[in-house]
Design a protein around this ligand. Structure first.
Ligand SMILES: [Fe+2]
Length: 445
C-alpha cells in the first residue's frame, strides 16, 4: 500500500504517521524552523523500510556543506540503498540525486532533481534541493527558470505555495528582476505563513537597489518571523548588518553580528561564512573588529581535513585567517584547499582551480599590502566569480576588496570604473560615497 503526500506525490509507505513526520521535515527545510532531523528520525523509526526519509536525512546533511557531516550523510545513504527496491520511481530518483551530491557532482544532482520535477512538478523537496545547489553553483538562470517551470502547477491554497513563491522571488532577484522579485516576495508574505526565504528575497532586492533605510525597517518589521528559533536568523542578521554598513554605521552593523553571528550563536560553517564576510567588510571600512576575528577563528574547525568541499566556504575561511592577521596560515590553507579540491572529482575542483585559488591569491596579496597585485588578481577572476556560488550580495566582498585594493594602490582607474558600474543598480549611498572619496572621486554623481 502506498499513500500520497499533501502535494499529491506518491509515497511508498503505508504509515500515515511516518508520512506526516516526513512532511513536517520538508516544511522545516523550507521554513528553517527547527531542524528536520528529529522528524526524519521519527519517520524512520515508524517505517524503517521507507527509503525517502533516509534520503532526506542524507540530503539535508549534505546540503549544509558541512565537512564534519559528510560521513554521517554517507553512512545514512549506505543504509538507505537496500531499501530502494521497494520504493517508487520518484523516491529512487531522489536517492540518485543525493548520491550525486555525495560525490560532489552538484550540477548533475540539480539535473536529476529537474527530471523529477518534470514528472512531479509539485515535488517541493526536488525543487528546494535543486535550487539549493543552483545557489551553491551561482546559477541565477536556473534559480529563476526552474521555479517558473513548476509554479503554474501549484495551487494558491497549497500550504507550501508561499514557500515556492519565496523561492521564485529569490531567483528573480538574482536575475536582476527586482520589481518582479519584490512582488513575488511580498505575495509570499501576504498570508499567515512564516516564510523567511521570502523576507530574505525582498531584503536582497533592497540591498541591490541601495534601499538601506527601508531595508533596515524591513528586517525589523519581520523580525518576529526570523529572529528567534529560525535556522536562517544568522544570514538574515547578516543582511540587517549590510543595511547598516551601507550607511557606514558600524555600531549598528555589529549589533546583529553580536546577536546572531557571535561564536555562541553559530553552529555551522555557513553561519561562520557570513560572520567572516561581515567582519571583512567592516575591516575594509576601517572598523576595529580584531577581537571578533579571534573569537570567530577560535570556534571554526579548520584543519586540512575540513577543506575542499566548497570553494565558497574555503575562501571565507581564508578571509577569517587574513582578518586575524594570520597570513602564513592562510597561505597554507590555500595549498591545502587546492590540493583537497584536486583530489575530488566534482564541481568544486573546477571552481577551486578557476576561481577559488586565484581569488585566494588576490586576497592574500591584499592582506600583505601588495595592493596592485591584489587588484590585478581579483580583477581577473571577477568576471567569472558567479560560479563560486552564493548570491550577488555575498560575492560583493570580491568587489569591495577590489575597490579597497584600487584605492590603496595605483589601480585607481579600475576602482573608479567598478564604482561607476556599481551605480547601474545601486544609486548613491553613504558607502558608495565613501568608496568614491577613497578613490579620489569627489565629483562622483
Ligand atoms: Fe542572502
Amino acid at each position: 500500500m502506498s499513500l500520497r503526500d499533501a502535494q499529491g506525490n506518491a509515497a511508498s509507505t503505508a504509515s500515515h504517521e511516518a508520512l506526516a513526520a516526513a512532511q513536517k521535515a520538508l516544511w522545516r527545510m523550507m521554513s528553517f524552523y527547527g531542524t528536520p532531523l528529529d522528524d526524519l528520525d521519527a519517520a524512520v523509526a515508524t517505517d524503517p523500510s521507507w527509503l525517502l526519509p533516509r534520503v532526506m536525512k542524507a540530503g539535508f546533511l549534505l546540503g549544509l556543506t558541512e565537512p564534519s557531516l559528510v560521513g554521517d550523510a554517507r553512512a545514512t545513504l549506505a543504509v538507505a540503498e537496500p531499501l530502494a527496491a521497494r520504493a517508487n520511481g520518484r523516491e529512487r530518483a531522489h536517492l540518485v540525486a543525493v548520491r550525486l551530491v555525495a560525490r560532489g557532482d552538484w550540477s548533475d544532482a540539480s539535473a536529476a532533481w529537474e527530471a523529477i520535477l518534470l514528472a512531479d512538478p509539485r515535488d517541493a523537496l526536488a525543487l528546494q534541493w535543486a535550487l539549493l545547489f543552483d545557489f551553491y553553483r551561482g546559477d541565477a538562470r536556473a534559480l529563476r527558470e526552474r521555479v517558473a517551470r513548476v509554479l503554474p502547477e501549484w495551487s494558491d491554497d497549497d500550504p507550501l505555495h508561499p514557500y515556492v513563491l519565496g523561492l521564485h522571488a529569490f531567483g528573480l532577484e538574482e536575475s536582476n528582476l527586482y520589481a518582479e522579485a519584490e512582488d513575488a516576495g511580498r505575495r509570499a508574505l501576504a498570508g499567515p505563513a512564516q516564510v523567511p526565504w521570502a523576507i530574505h528575497a525582498v531584503a536582497h532586492v533592497m540591498e541591490m537597489q541601495g534601499r538601506h533605510d527601508e531595508g533596515g525597517r524591513w528586517m525589523s518589521r519581520w523580525r518576529p518571523h526570523w529572529g528567534e528559533g529560525n535556522g536562517f536568523a544568522g544570514h538574515l542578521g547578516w543582511h540587517e548588518a549590510l543595511f547598516a554598513l551601507e550607511r557606514l554605521d558600524h555600531e549598528a552593523a555589529l549589533t546583529p553580528f553580536d546577536r546572531y553571528l557571535n561564536p555562541q550563536a553559530t553552529e555551522i560553517t555557513l553561519q561562520r561564512v557570513d560572520a567572516a564576510s561581515l567582519l571583512w567588510r567592516l575591516q575594509l571600512q576601517g572598523a576595529d573588529v580584531d577581537a571578533r576575528w579571534q573569537a570567530l577563528l577560535a570556534g571554526w574547525k579548520l584543519e586540512e581535513a575540513q577543506a575542499g568541499l566548497s570553494a565558497f566556504n574555503d575562501v571565507h575561511a581564508l578571509i577569517a585567517m587574513l582578518g586575524a592577521g594570520e597570513i602564513g596560515r592562510a597561505e597554507a590553507w590555500l595549498k591545502a584547499t587546492l590540493a583537497a579540491a584536486e583530489r575530488g572529482a566534482g564541481w568544486n575542483r573546477e571552481v577551486m582551480r578557476d576561481i577559488g585559488a586565484p581569488l585566494m591569491c588576490g586576497l592574500i596579496a591584499f592582506a600583505a599590502g601588495r595592493f596592485d597585485a591584489a587588484a590585478e588578481a581579483i580583477h581577473r577572476v571577477r568576471p567569472i566569480s558567479a560560479r563560486l556560488g552564493g548570491s550577488h550580495a555575498q560575492r560583493d566582498f570580491i568587489d569591495q576588496t577590489l575597490l579597497a585594493a584600487a584605492a590603496r594602490g595605483s589601480a585607481k582607474a579600475a576602482g573608479r570604473a567598478l564604482l561607476d558600474e556599481r551605480a547601474l543598480a545601486k544609486p548613491r549611498t553613504p558607502l558608495t560615497e565613501w568608496w568614491a572619496r577613497s578613490l579620489d572621486m569627489p565629483r562622483h554623481p
